[in-house]
Design a protein around this ligand. Structure first.
Ligand SMILES: Cc1cc2nc3c(=O)[nH]c(=O)nc-3n(C[C@H](O)[C@H](O)[C@H](O)COP(=O)(O)OP(=O)(O)OC[C@H]3O[C@@H](n4cnc5c(N)ncnc54)[C@H](O)[C@@H]3O)c2cc1C
Ligand SMILES: *[C@@H]1O[C@H](CO)[C@@H](O)[C@H](O)[C@H]1NC(C)=O
Ligand SMILES: *[C@@H]1O[C@H](CO)[C@@H](O)[C@H](O)[C@H]1NC(C)=O
Ligand SMILES: *[C@@H]1O[C@H](CO)[C@@H](O)[C@H](O)[C@H]1NC(C)=O
Ligand SMILES: *[C@@H]1O[C@H](CO)[C@@H](O)[C@H](O)[C@H]1NC(C)=O
Ligand SMILES: *[C@@H]1O[C@H](CO)[C@@H](O)[C@H](O)[C@H]1NC(C)=O
Ligand SMILES: *[C@@H]1O[C@H](CO)[C@@H](O)[C@H](O)[C@H]1NC(C)=O
Ligand SMILES: *[C@@H]1O[C@H](CO)[C@@H](O)[C@H](O)[C@H]1NC(C)=O
Ligand SMILES: *[C@@H]1O[C@H](CO)[C@@H](O)[C@H](O)[C@H]1NC(C)=O
Ligand SMILES: *[C@@H]1O[C@H](CO)[C@@H](O)[C@H](O)[C@H]1NC(C)=O
Ligand SMILES: *[C@@H]1O[C@H](CO)[C@@H](O)[C@H](O)[C@H]1NC(C)=O
Length: 638
């Protein structure tokens, strides 16, 4: 057993060292004196100790795994904030967690991100863990089993920086896998891992508005923000303080965790204000050695550069940031829908028309050819091309739904802007009219169709960032190849296509955003294409079928890749098995990021699939699926 030797005097001295932090919870930090000589939680040291060079991370069944007594002492040191990693659906299975009342609750709410974000253990998508504890159907309660070993072993519910530091030190010193969960929205499985100590950021929620802030080359409105704020909370703060912040498109997505650190685009303003990572002026970070540091363009510049877009949770744990805030701006929203069967949704009738197949695809050509002009005007396009599978082969419906979001335009300006687009669509037989919704401010726009809380999905998809040059000339073979690859995805593949179309260029990013690790492919992009596989990857689908379904999807995503040689994909909305992820997600930044990773984390504490350096590691699995359950080990020879 051990406890932290803490004396009040030492604690106060240590706190004085950190003056410029953003929030009170960041003043509660770990001092050298508290942990000196304490092997369990002392700060990281060089040379890298032998324990961190082991082939695999220490796993629960290993001899080196901390004893119950050591975990209990760790729990005391963090003020009792340690939880066991128990998935809520364990209540549905006989054993120590059996509770049918709870199981019924879980059954009812499991489909909402409201529930998954507020659970310490489970991520939204569970195929990434091999669906190890599904909620069994009422009709067949013994259909599945619950394997608790596949989840993080412990979860630390953090409310102070000191707890994060202790967790980082403990995990590193014992060579235990560390995972970070914010909202759990991640599509790739970067937020979870079997047998890990998981840091749960969800309760760090504060914002301080600063109407006048000068820093470096920036002068204007700003906000101090904590790591766990979600989109709907930012929308409330924007309204309260009459300002605009960049934010994700869905209500419960975390703004400054995975979203910001992977780049983060806005479906409303990214052609005008850039990426979320471009908004950041400074960061507070717990690094792999357990230290709590400030990072900005003049201090810990390497960390500041890498965290902004260079991949979440791989260079440090962000506790808060200072971000740019902007004047409020209206959003004008053009709607254009067309489909190949009669319009039955009365809500879309004012801007939705029925057309034949020829006109349908002629309209698609026109819509994509307009994108360079839409984004040049500061707009963002957003569309779906759905294919609704026929009950009879002849009645397949194609539906195109799109919004053209034009920030800072009046309704009349937006109508004038859309008129020539509609005219061109009319000319090929789409009897559309100009239709614009106008919102006084960005958070007032009507994008939140589902209200707070999105549906949890257990599917996979692929994605591609098509460069601007692909759309610049409608007559070019490149343009034709691009559209052909999208059509093949929908018509032959039978998949639904989605894209968000924006131009977060370096010019738009400004200072200091233009000099960051954000994927260079995003800077040249115009279409962020995503393709959904509507097949489930849930427990009812065998591993062999999951592999087959993914291979089929990938065949069609490959057509996008062929139509955009040398381009990449957006790491936050991508395939876990993206080919050559190093080039695709990081472009020419990869080498520099690799160097920073080696310098900042020589213990190889932080790992997440597809992050910089992750090619050296692999989760051992026997079913041939990409998964985060199981033991994390070094790949032989790397
Ligand atoms: C419904 C939905 C809508 C989306 N809309 C958009 C969109 O409009 N634009 C867009 O760009 N993306 C969007 N995304 C993708 C989104 O960017 C990613 O899912 C992202 O990983 C979410 O980050 P999170 O922190 O909320 O989630 P989590 O899954 O909790 O974490 C994601 C990753 O970030 C790491 N992480 C979390 N917090 C921290 C921290 N404080 N410090 C260090 N690492 C941390 C985790 O370890 C993990 O690797 C959407 C996703 C969903 C599910
Ligand atoms: C940690 O301590 C708290 C408070 O004593 C206790 O409620 C909790 O169960 C402990 N956690 C673990 C994993 O034992
Ligand atoms: C079972 O779950 C319900 C609902 O979560 C809870 O109120 C109750 O206390 C639990 N019962 C036991 C015995 O833990
Ligand atoms: C996490 O910590 C917060 C703050 O102490 C507390 O309100 C909350 O109940 C805790 N959550 C869980 C699941 O223990
Ligand atoms: C930032 O300001 C400095 C000093 O005023 C100037 O030299 C530099 O060019 C500016 N950098 C950018 C990227 O605007
Ligand atoms: C909000 O900000 C806008 C843009 O700066 C300004 O025009 C408007 O008057 C402000 N509204 C209020 C209520 O302060
Ligand atoms: C559906 O129609 C296509 C094209 O007409 C045809 O090639 C295909 O065989 C049909 N499929 C079925 C299941 O009838
Ligand atoms: C499809 O619709 C267009 C526009 O109304 C029309 O010109 C064309 O003849 C139609 N084609 C077919 C095959 O019906
Ligand atoms: C999610 O929570 C919000 C706010 O608490 C609530 O308004 C919404 O209805 C919930 N959504 C679902 C799907 O439960
Ligand atoms: C594309 O081809 C059309 C029809 O041949 C022609 O009118 C148009 O000018 C061409 N556009 C460009 C950009 O070359
Ligand atoms: C539970 O998951 C662990 C980790 O992946 C694995 O080693 C073990 O075989 C699984 N147990 C069962 C019964 O499937």
């Amino acid at each position: 057993m051990w406890i932290l030797g803490q004396t009040l005097a030492v604690f106060c001295l240590a706190s004085q060292a950190v003056l410029a932090v953003n929030f009170d919870f960041e003043k509660i930090t770990l001092s050298d004196a508290e942990v000196k000589g304490n092997q369990h939680v002392d700060f990281g040291k060089l040379p890298v100790p032998a324990v961190n060079k082991a082939r695999c991370k220490t796993y629960a069944s290993d001899r080196q795994w901390p004893s119950v007594g050591i975990w209990s002492a760790f729990n005391k040191s963090v003020g009792g904030a340690l939880l066991r990693g128990i998935p809520p659906a364990a209540a549905c299975y006989e054993g120590p967690y059996y509770n049918l009342t709870k199981c019924d609750v879980v059954r009812r709410v499991q489909g909402s991100t409201n529930f998954t974000k507020a659970d310490p253990t489970i991520p939204n998508g569970q195929w990434q863990l091999g669906n190890p504890c599904p909620v069994p159907p009422i009709s067949n309660p013994t259909l599945y089993s619950c394997n608790i070993t596949a989840f993080p072993a412990y979860v630390l519910n953090v409310t102070t920086v000191k707890q994060i530091q202790l967790a980082v030190n403990f995990a590193r010193n014992y060579n235990i896998r560390l995972t970070i969960k914010n909202t759990g929205h991640d599509f790739l499985g970067r937020n979870t891992g079997g047998g890990a100590l998981q840091i749960w950021m969800h309760n760090l929620k504060q914002l301080e508005y600063m109407p006048e802030y000068k820093f470096g080359n920036y002068s204007g409105k700003a906000a101090r923000v904590t790591a766990a704020l979600e989109q709907f909370e930012l929308h409330q703060y924007m309204t309260q303080h009459n300002m605009t912040l960049l934010a994700p498109g869905s209500t419960t997505v975390g703004a400054y965790g995975g979203y910001m650190q992977g780049g983060g685009f806005s479906t409303m303003v990214s052609s005008k204000l850039g990426l979320m990572s471009d908004q950041v002026l400074s960061l507070e970070v717990v690094t792999a050695d357990g230290r709590f540091v400030h990072a900005d363009p003049y201090e810990n510049e390497d960390l500041f550069w890498a965290i902004r877009g260079g991949g979440p949770g791989n260079f440090g744990i962000v506790t808060s940031a200072i971000v740019k805030a902007h004047d409020t701006m209206p959003i004008a929203q053009g709607q254009v829908y067309w489909q190949t069967n009669p319009v039955i949704n009365p809500a879309t009738a004012p801007y939705n028309v029925q057309v034949n197949d020829t006109a349908f695809w002629a309209g698609i050509d026109i819509w994509f050819a307009w994108l360079p002009r839409i984004t040049a005007a500061g707009g963002v396009g957003w569309n779906y091309i759905d294919t609704i599978a026929p009950s009879r082969n002849s009645s397949r419906t194609y539906q195109h739904r799109s919004q053209i979001n034009l920030p800072a335009m009046t309704k009349a300006e937006a109508e004038a802007f859309l008129a020539p687009i509609i005219k061109e669509l009319n000319a090929v037989g789409l009897p559309l009219k100009v239709y614009v919704d106008w919102f006084e401010t960005y958070p007032k726009q009507a994008f939140r169709i589902q209200g707070p809380g999105e549906g949890v999905t257990n599917g996979r998809f692929g994605s591609r960032l098509f460069p601007r040059k692909n759309l610049e000339d409608k007559n070019s073979t490149l343009f034709k190849k691009t559209i052909a690859s999208i059509r093949a995805f929908v018509e032959e593949g039978g998949y639904n296509f989605h894209s968000v179309d924006f131009t977060p260029t370096k010019e738009v990013a400004g200072w200091p955003g233009s000099d960051s690790a954000a994927n260079p492919h995003l800077r040249n992009a115009i279409i962020h294409a995503t393709g959904f596989d509507t097949n489930s990857y849930g427990p009812e689908v065998s591993p062999a079928d999951q592999i087959k379904n993914h291979a089929r999807l990938n065949e069609y995503v490959n057509k996008w890749r062929e139509a955009s040689p040398g381009a990449g994909a957006y790491m936050n909305e991508a395939d876990t098995e993206e080919p050559d992820f190093q080039w695709s997600f990081y472009g020419e930044n990869y080498e520099k990021l690799e160097k920073i990773k080696e310098e900042r984390d020589p213990w190889e504490l932080f790992y997440a699939v597809t992050m910089v350096g992750s090619e050296k590691w692999m989760v051992e699995d026997t079913q041939g699926l990409p998964t985060q359950q199981g033991r994390l080990c070094r790949v032989q020879g790397k």
